[in-house]
Ligand binder design. Structure first.
Ligand code: IPE
Ligand code: IPE
Ligand code: MG
Length: 266
């Protein structure tokens, strides 16, 4: 594959599903893209519709972006689906979101299976209503033999809650004598996170313009590149993902060093 390839040329299959001629470098694609899917309520308000209509419209964005990520050959896609703080929303909105989660998994499982996608969930899943939890578990099980893109859904997820749960896990391991406090390092800490084998996001996208993290993946985004777009999540499609990836590819990641162009010693 030449270094510069069009999106259409580099996708593995179903080229008819791709569009756009944006030049992306296949060798510089991120391994892991994480998305804060925001703006459903504003999308609905603009149309004088109830907020839940925005959440329902968001299913098409999820389907398109998940399929595009699989087509591009990304390893990990993490979608911020429902935060710990979202439990404070009106009861009817929370109930509507839980039903949409169930419905979306039901509607999209066959296509995900065709695309060789695995499913994983992170968060305090014990708070989910029973029917939604069963659907989630069943979908994870159904897709567990697949080998392609891993779709991580952050549901009932909070970055601080994840760090607290890890701290509790380490404290219990220390009490059992399995780990010595002085040995605790970043690798050991990471091993107590919800999905320690998922590499940190390279690119974090937030839709609908807000420039904040809202308690998402606090440990994992230490060196993620951040891309904020004004596009509301229900309007977000694969071409917007390509734009974010093209922007990412123009950046220099330094990780606290001086960067390749200024480094004399390679
Ligand atoms: C994101 O859209 C979906 C969830 C947080 C579940 P919002 O519902 O936050 O939409 P806005 O921010 O009000 O537009
Ligand atoms: C973040 O969006 C949570 C999800 C996208 C699931 P919010 O709409 O809840 O975040 P804030 O309230 O604007 O910070
Ligand atoms: Mg919001």
């Amino acid at each position: 594959m030449p270094a510069e390839a069009t999106v259409a040329a580099m996708t593995r299959k179903k080229p008819n599903r791709t569009s756009g001629k944006l030049a992306l470098d296949h060798d510089l694609l991120p391994r892991h893209v994480a998305i804060i899917m925001d703006g459903n309520g504003r999308w609905a308000r603009k149309r004088r519709l109830p907020r839940i209509a925005g959440h329902a419209a968001a299913r098409a964005s999820v389907r398109d972006v998940v399929a595009a990520s699989a087509d591009l050959g990304l390893s990990e896609l993490t979608l911020y689906t429902f935060s710990m703080q979202n439990w404070t929303r009106p009861r009817s909105e929370v109930a509507g979101l839980m039903h949409l989660l169930d419905q979306t998994l039901r509607e999209q499982v066959d296509e995900m299976d065709e695309d060789d996608i695995r499913l994983n969930a992170i968060g305090r899943l014990d708070r989910l209503p029973k029917y939604a939890r069963s659907r989630l578990d069943a979908t994870i099980e159904r897709l567990s033999g697949n080998k392609g893109l891993r779709l991580n859904l952050a549901i009932s997820y909070g970055g601080r809650a994840e760090i607290l749960d890890a701290a509790r896990g380490i404290a219990e391991a220390a009490r059992r004598g399995d780990v010595r406090p002085r040995d605790i390092n970043e690798d050991i800490f990471r091993s107590f996170l919800y999905s320690p084998d998922v590499p940190d996001p390279d690119l974090l996208i937030r839709t609908s313009g807000e420039q904040r993290i809202s308690n998402f993946l606090l440990w994992q985004i230490a060196y993620s590149e951040i891309y904020v777009t004004k596009v509301l999540w229900p309007d977000f499609r694969r071409r917007h993902l390509y734009e974010a990836l093209a922007d990412y590819q123009r950046r220099e990641r330094r990780f606290g060093g001086v960067g390749a162009t200024q480094s004399k010693r390679r």
